[in-house]
Design a protein around this ligand. Structure first.
Ligand SMILES: [Zn+2]
Length: 156
């Protein structure tokens, strides 16, 4: 009887051991699953972080490309650029070349309009140039007017 009881208790103990072992196994499995899940979360986190980084780098690269394109488009100082396009050839001058204004404002009018007489209130085109003052003049009247203006002490 006692032997049987011992045997039973042995079986019970073994069962308990087995149960405990199973519990431990389940716990360790659970822990392993949780660790795995955590690892996956970490990897995903790094992945999204890497994606963000890549996106940022791509954005920066695009910006550099755009900046380079803009730089290539923009005209450098002291430069004349010929652009041969389907509508014709365009000549671009940088501002610091300092071409006559007529060139910039009226690019279509060629030849440029004839220089006006330098006489005061005179709107005529010039006919000859004063050899002394190099001023464009249309008539002797304007010549006198100019010289009268330049030398106000001498009166006609
Ligand atoms: Zn004149």
């Amino acid at each position: 009887m006692a032997e049987q009881k011992t045997k039973l208790s042995e079986v019970e103990q073994q069962l308990k051991k087995a149960e405990a072992a199973q519990r431990r196994r389940m716990q360790s499995e659970k822990a392993a699953r949780e660790a795995e899940a955590e690892a996956i979360r970490k990897i995903r986190g790094q992945d999204s972080g890497r994606k963000k980084k890549e996106e940022k780098m791509r954005k920066q690269r695009d910006e550099v490309v755009q900046a380079k394109a803009a730089k290539a488009d923009a005209i450098g100082p002291n430069t004349v650029r010929w652009v041969i396009g389907p509508t014709g050839t365009t000549v671009i001058f940088s501002d610091d070349i300092g071409l006559p204004r007529i060139f910039n404002s009226l690019p279509c009018s060629y030849p440029p309009p004839r220089e006006k007489c330098a006489g005061p209130n005179c709107t005529n085109a010039y006919k000859y140039r004063d050899s002394k003052s190099k001023l464009p003049l249309c008539s002797l009247h304007c010549y006198k007017a100019i010289h009268g203006k330049m030398q106000p002490l001498i009166t006609c």
